[in-house]
Design a protein around this ligand. Sequence first.
Ligand SMILES: [Ca+2]
Length: 180
Amino acid sequence: MKRFIPLIALLICAVCVPLAGAATPVKIMPLGDSLTSGYSVPTYLSGYRDRLYSQLIDAGYAPDFVGTQVDTQNLALPDPNHEGHGGYRIDQIASEASGWLASVADPDVILLIIGTNDFTQDNNPAGAPDRLANLITQISSLRPNAKIFLGNLPVRSTPFSPPPVWPPALSTAFTQKANS
Ligand SMILES: [Ca+2]
């Protein structure tokens, strides 16, 4: 789980840099699977959200997490809203993203970490980059003004762990999409 540290650092930098000096709350939708919603390990009850929230507060920002879900596992997290769905794959996020986005205030930032379950469930992992590229296109069409930040996937010690080539594979998928 050490990979959470650079991931959070990446997210906080990505969120903060374009928002430096902002005095108003920034609506952030944490979107994804259990890496976002959290799971039953005390350190990760809220996934990455509690650490990101505290780091943003410490840095002087005013994050407002948004989403249809309310965290009931970690009552210490001041802002319980999120859009994390444990066990979800890319296709499941894609099928419900429109409804979720229509149900909450427009996010300024969307943090997307999704795809782990496509690999762990062996759900056509070779097609995962294309599915993710389509999902990002879908979200950007639904909320063209939101900044979308894509997190990398943690490599797992399972037979179907996401490969370390995930980002290049996604780049290839986007390139093919752009050229089609
Ligand atoms: Ca909130």
